[in-house]
Design a protein around this ligand. Structure first.
Ligand code: UDP
Length: 384
């Protein structure tokens, strides 16, 4: 058990990739608390891990303030923002360290820190670049980070480079790759598919929340070029991307793919579904700060095709542990899928290598050790 009293802060009550990491980080931290800007399944999951969870009464509407929105759009929410900041400042005083797990959480925690004056860690799960954030948001984040963050944790060199390029201080950065621990189950692919009600022919999968920049539409386009191949789209529009989800379903209907592309919604059994597909596709059209699903597929022994941007080339060792295709290029993706599906046996050495790499570079134990040490050092004032 870890003795520091940490206040973990997140803006959302939903459980996306960043929140899955938070759920691992809080393990064994029974002295700590979590403050969320809204209700949702994350509150229960954190409380199940022994944290006391406080949910703001004021956050309604904030999580839907988009990453590329101008601050003007936040004006109607100003009262709520001020109230949350005041709540944060009050809570921070009762803790040793504040740990902001999202960009919105960091912005408010940094402002609260003007009065709370506690060591402040920002676990930055994003790429700070024009593709992801508007200019005002980038400037605000960087100003606040340089002024108030004690450390900024990023999951990859790609995320570190973007932070520095945006004007962030290099000395703040601590690169801690995301860690996972998923063991494949000892069941054949056929049997898994039967259990899960999935088709038996060639099957590819994409496992992300539905969002334009995650590029599910590119996979749909690619599958239109590959008759006989089925696809599962796992994930839901968690963060206000319902229009994109509807558009994706319209695209599938318009291309006559409704019988081949199966929308499974948000699932809690991703490791099983992942092990059931022939190929895992990671089609993001903008750079990703990490990509947990890449490592999940590597651990499951499933071939990966990912877009060549952000952290993916690093995780896949520039093609040694998985295939890379240009972002947004449905034809290239279709060709890569065709190659992998045609001769799966050829990939066996690559899969074995990928699994070893995932275990050695992206282990959960290593991530927890690095973050635990960082929290201790930051508390002791030794890390700055
Ligand atoms: N995931 C899940 N259920 C779903 C879709 C995705 O549990 O229906 C998980 C997926 O297995 C992965 C995480 O959500 O662990 C997504 O993380 P990633 O880094 O790929 O993307 P992010 O959402 O953080 O941008």
């Amino acid at each position: 058990m870890s003795g520091e009293r940490v206040l973990f802060v997140d803006h959302t009550g939903q459980i996306g990739g960043a929140e899955l990491i938070l759920l691992d980080v809080v393990q064994g931290r029974n002295e700590s608390s979590a403050f969320l800007f809204e209700q949702g399944p994350l509150a229960k999951a954190l409380s199940d891990r022994g944290l006391s969870v406080i949910t703001s009464r004021w956050g309604i509407g904030l999580p839907r303030f988009r990453r590329d929105s101008s601050w003007l759009k936040a004006l109607p929410l100003a009262g709520g923002l001020a109230a949350i900041t005041a709540e944060l400042a009050r809570l921070a005083r009762r803790h040793d360290v504040v740990y902001a797990n999202s960009q919105k959480a960091f912005v408010l925690a940094a402002i609260a820190n003007v009065v709370a004056r506690k060591p402040l860690i920002w676990h930055l799960h994003d790429i700070i670049s024009p593709a992801h954030f508007g200019a005002m948001q980038r400037r605000t984040q960087i100003f606040l980070a340089n002024r108030f963050a004690t450390k900024v944790v990023v999951p990859s060199e790609a995320a570190a480079a973007a932070f520095i390029e945006a004007g962030g201080r290099r000395s703040l950065i601590e690169v801690v790759p995301n860690g996972l621990s998923v063991e494949p189950v000892a069941v054949s692919r056929q049997e898994l598919r039967q259990r899960l009600g999935l088709p038996q022919g060639p099957l590819v999968g994409v496992f992300s929340r539905l969002a334009q920049w995650k590029g599910q539409h590119v996979l749909v386009e690619a599958l239109a070029r590959l008759p006989g191949v089925h696809g599962i789209v796992v994930g839901d529009a968690l963060f206000g991307e319902q229009d994109y989800a509807a558009q994706l379903k319209r695209q599938v209907d318009a291309l006559g793919l409704a019988g081949r592309i199966h929308f499974l919604g948000h699932r809690g059994d991703v490791p099983l579904l992942m092990q059931a597909v022939d190929v895992m596709v990671h089609p993001s059209i903008d750079p990703e700060p990490f990509g947990r699903t890449l490592v999940e597929a590597m651990l499951a022994g499933v071939p990966v095709i990912a877009t060549d941007a952000g952290a993916a080339p690093d995780i896949l060792e520039h093609g040694r542990a998985g295939m890379l295709v240009p972002p947004g290029d449905a034809r290239a993706l279709a060709e890569a899928l065709d190659t992998v599906l045609a001769e799966p046996a050829v990939l066996e050495p690559q899969l074995a290598y990928a699994s070893r790499r995932a275990r050695s570079h992206y282990s959960l134990a290593r991530m927890l050790e690095s973050i635990g040490l960082l929290i201790r050092n930051v508390r002791a004032g030794a890390a700055v």
